[in-house]
Design a protein around this ligand. Structure first.
Ligand SMILES: *[C@@H]1O[C@H](CO)[C@@H](O)[C@H](O)[C@H]1NC(C)=O
Ligand SMILES: *[C@@H]1O[C@H](CO)[C@@H](O)[C@H](O)[C@H]1NC(C)=O
Ligand SMILES: *[C@@H]1O[C@H](CO)[C@@H](O)[C@H](O)[C@H]1NC(C)=O
Ligand SMILES: *[C@@H]1O[C@H](CO)[C@@H](O)[C@H](O)[C@H]1NC(C)=O
Ligand SMILES: *[C@@H]1O[C@H](CO)[C@@H](O)[C@H](O)[C@H]1NC(C)=O
Ligand SMILES: *[C@@H]1O[C@H](CO)[C@@H](O)[C@H](O)[C@H]1NC(C)=O
Ligand SMILES: *[C@@H]1O[C@H](CO)[C@@H](O)[C@H](O)[C@H]1NC(C)=O
Ligand SMILES: *[C@@H]1O[C@H](CO)[C@@H](O)[C@H](O)[C@H]1NC(C)=O
Ligand SMILES: *[C@@H]1O[C@H](CO)[C@@H](O)[C@H](O)[C@H]1NC(C)=O
Length: 491
C-alpha cells in the first residue's frame, strides 16, 4: 500500500469516528478480555501496538466516593472526561491506603485498609466506581499496591502495625493548618512542619519503612491486601479485578527504596554503589511472583524510580515476574533544577538531564530485554513569580519552563518509542483538574484532593485542566496514533 492511499484511509476513518460521535466525545469502552501484553520492547493489545498516554490520578477512589466520605463523583466524571478528551488512555492510581489507630497526619483520609484485614467497604466500592468509569472511557490502570512514602500510610504503617503500633518517625511534611493561615478557616496555606510528631530525617523514615523487607508479619499483611484487591469483584461491573483488562498492571509499590544503600557513585548524588545483598531484590522477587500466581493475565511492575542507577535498575527489573521497567524523573527534587531560577540556563540544565536520563534508562531497559514506562515526571510553574506572594505555589504563575520541559520529556520518550528505544509511554504527575490553591477548602477529613499528595505543598506539581501541559499530552497521543497507523498498526 502506498503512503498516500494509507493517509486517505486514515483520514476517512477519522471522519467516520467524528461522525459516529457528534460533539467530539468518543467512548472507547475497554473489552474486559483485551489484556495488554508485552512483546519484546513493546506493549500490544488486540488492535496492535499499545502506547501509554498516561496521567497520575492517584487519589481516584477518594473523589469517586460519596460526599459522606469526602468524595465528589461529579468532579471525578468531569475530570475523567477532560483527560479522555486529550487522548489519555492510562491512569496510575492507588489501589491501597492504610489507616492507623490514632489520627495520623500527612495522608489520604479516609483510608481503604483501616487496620489489618479491616476494610472501608464504601471506599472499596469507590475504587470499583473509579475503574468502571475509566473502563467506559478507554482508560486502563496501573494499580499501586503499596507506598514507600507517608502520604498513603504505606510501608511505614504496616511496620507500625507489626510493631505494636510504634510511632512512625515522620520527616518534615506539609501541614495545611500550620502558619501562615488565610483569614477564612480551612482554606490553607500552611507550611512544612513536624510539630507533634518530632523531627526525623528522611533517612530515618526510610530505614523504618524498609523494615517491611524483613518483617514477616508486615509482609504477610501486605500480601493479604494484595490478595484481597486482586480477588475482588467489582460491584459496578460484576467483573473480578483479576479478569478485567481495565487493570493493565499490578504495581508492587510507589518508589520502593534500596534497603541498605552503600553511598553514591553517580551524578547528582543519585546513583548508588551496588549492594548485591540489598534486601530490596529478594523482596521484589517474592512479591512479584506472589502477584503472578494470583493474576496471571495482567502485567506486573515494581514502581522503582531508577534514581538508584543501572545496577539496581537491572537487578530489580530482570526478574521473570516483572514485565516492564518503570522510571520516575524529578529534576527539582534531585537538585538539578530550581523553580526559583528563571534563567534559560536553569531550564536547559533540566532538559539536558532529562534527555540523558531517558536515553540511559532506555538502554538499561533494553539490557534486560524489557520495555520501560516513564510513569512520573513533573515541573513546578514559574514560581519565581510567586516569591513575594502569600503562597509560593499560586496558580497565577505562568508555565513557560514547565511547558518547554514537558515538550522535551514527552518528545524524547516518543522518539525513543518510534526509534529503537524501549519507552512505551509517559505519565505526568499529577492531574489536579479544576482544583486550585486559591479556592481550596479542606473537607471534613482534612483533605483538598489536589494533584499533589497530602505530605507535599498543594499546587507544586499540579497539572490543571486549563494548563498547556494538557495540550502537550494530547499532541503526544495524536503523534503516536499517526505513527502507529503509518507503520502498519498491527506490527
Ligand atoms: C459515553 O458514555 C457515557 C457513560 O456511559 C454516556 O453517558 C455518554 O452518553 C456516552 N457518550 C457517547 C458520545 O456515546
Ligand atoms: C463537585 O464537583 C463539581 C465539578 O467539579 C463542582 O462544580 C462542585 O462544586 C463540587 N461539589 C462540591 C460539594 O464540592
Ligand atoms: C508487642 O507486644 C507483645 C505483647 O504485649 C510482645 O510480646 C511483643 O514482643 C511486642 N512486639 C514488639 C515488636 O514490640
Ligand atoms: C515555613 O517553614 C520554613 C521552615 O521549614 C520557614 O523557613 C519559613 O519561614 C516558613 N514560612 C512561613 C511563611 O512561615
Ligand atoms: C500542624 O500545625 C498545627 C498548627 O501549628 C499544629 O498544632 C500541629 O501540631 C501540626 N501538626 C503536625 C503533625 O506537625
Ligand atoms: C538477568 O537474568 C538472566 C537470567 O535469567 C541472567 O542471565 C542475566 O545475567 C541477568 N542480567 C542482569 C543484568 O542481571
Ligand atoms: C540558575 O541555573 C543555572 C544553571 O544551572 C546556574 O548556572 C545559575 O547559577 C542559576 N542561577 C541562580 C540564581 O541560582
Ligand atoms: C548517562 O550515561 C552517561 C554514560 O554512562 C553518564 O555519563 C551520564 O552521567 C548519565 N546521565 C544520566 C542523567 O543518567
Ligand atoms: C539503536 O540502538 C543502538 C543501541 O542502543 C544505538 O546505538 C543506535 O544509534 C540506535 N539507532 C537508532 C536509529 O535509533
Amino acid at each position: 500500500m502506498t503512503r498516500t492511499k494509507l493517509a486517505l484511509l486514515i483520514l476517512a476513518s477519522l471522519a467516520l469516528d467524528t461522525a459516529a460521535h457528534p460533539g467530539g466525545h468518543k467512548n472507547h469502552t475497554i473489552d474486559p478480555n483485551d489484556f495488554v501484553k508485552v512483546d519484546g520492547l513493546r506493549l500490544k493489545d488486540s488492535k496492535g501496538l499499545h502506547y501509554l498516554t498516561g496521567l497520575n490520578y492517584w487519589a481516584c477512589m477518594n473523589p469517586a466516593a460519596p460526599a459522606s466520605l469526602g468524595g465528589n463523583v461529579t468532579r471525578l466524571r468531569t475530570e475523567l472526561d477532560q483527560m479522555a478528551a486529550k487522548g489519555v488512555n492510562h491512569l496510575r492510581i492507588m489501589a491501597s491506603s492504610e489507616g492507623a489507630p490514632t489520627p495520623q497526619p500527612f495522608r489520604m483520609n479516609p483510608a481503604l485498609l483501616k487496620s489489618p484485614g479491616s476494610y472501608n467497604e464504601e471506599l472499596f466500592k469507590s475504587l470499583d466506581v473509579c475503574l468502571a468509569e475509566m473502563g467506559k472511557r478507554g482508560m486502563r490502570a496501573t494499580m499501586t499496591l503499596g507506598n514507600q512514602w507517608q502520604w498513603s500510610g504505606g510501608f511505614a504503617q504496616y511496620v507500625s502495625w507489626a510493631q505494636n503500633d510504634t510511632a512512625i518517625p515522620y520527616p518534615e511534611s506539609w501541614n495545611m493548618t500550620a502558619p501562615p493561615q488565610r483569614a477564612i478557616p480551612g482554606t490553607g496555606w500552611g507550611n512544612y512542619t513536624v510539630q507533634g510528631v518530632d523531627a526525623h530525617s528522611y533517612n530515618e523514615f526510610i530505614d523504618y519503612s524498609n523494615l517491611i523487607y524483613s518483617n514477616a508479619q508486615a509482609e504477610q499483611w501486605y500480601k493479604d491486601h494484595i490478595a484481597t484487591v486482586i480477588s475482588r469483584k467489582n460491584t459496578v461491573t460484576g467483573r473480578l479485578y483479576k479478569e478485567d483488562a481495565t487493570i493493565m498492571t499490578w504495581q508492587l509499590a510507589n518508589e520502593p527504596q534500596a534497603q541498605k544503600a552503600l553511598g553514591y557513585e553517580g551524578p547528582y548524588n543519585l546513583y548508588l554503589k551496588p549492594n548485591p545483598a540489598d534486601l530490596l531484590f529478594p523482596w521484589v522477587e517474592r512479591i512479584s511472583s506472589y502477584i503472578r500466581s494470583l493474576a496471571p493475565n495482567q502485567l506486573i511492575s515494581v514502581g522503582l524510580e531508577a534514581k538508584q542507577g543501572e545496577y539496581y535498575f537491572k537487578r530489580v527489573n530482570n526478574f521473570s515476574t516483572v514485565d516492564y521497567a518503570t522510571t520516575h524523573l524529578w529534576v527539582q527534587n534531585w537538585g538539578v533544577y530550581s523553580m526559583k531560577n528563571s534563567t534559560n540556563a536553569g531550564l536547559k540544565a533540566a532538559q539536558d538531564f532529562a534527555g540523558a536520563f531517558l536515553t540511559n534508562t532506555s538502554r538499561w531497559a533494553a539490557g534486560v530485554g524489557k520495555p520501560v514506562f516513564l510513569e512520573e515526571f513533573g515541573m513546578a510553574r514559574d514560581n519565581w513569580q510567586n516569591q513575594d506572594s502569600d503562597y509560593p505555589y499560586l496558580s497565577s504563575a505562568t508555565t513557560t519552563h514547565k511547558d518547554a520541559y514537558f515538550e522535551t520529556v514527552i518528545s524524547t520518550a516518543v522518539s525513543l518509542f518510534e526509534g529503537n528505544g524501549s519507552y512505551i509511554g509517559t505519565c505526568p504527575w499529577a492531574y489536579g483538574g479544576s482544583w486550585r490553591p486559591e479556592t481550596q477548602h479542606v473537607n471534613e477529613f482534612g483533605m483538598v484532593w489536589a494533584g499533589d499528595p497530602p505530605h507535599e505543598s498543594p499546587g507544586w506539581y499540579d497539572v490543571y485542566d486549563t494548563d498547556e501541559a494538557m495540550n502537550i499530552v494530547g499532541q503526544q497521543a495524536e503523534r503516536v496514533k499517526r505513527w502507529i497507523e503509518m507503520n502498519g498498526g498491527g506490527y
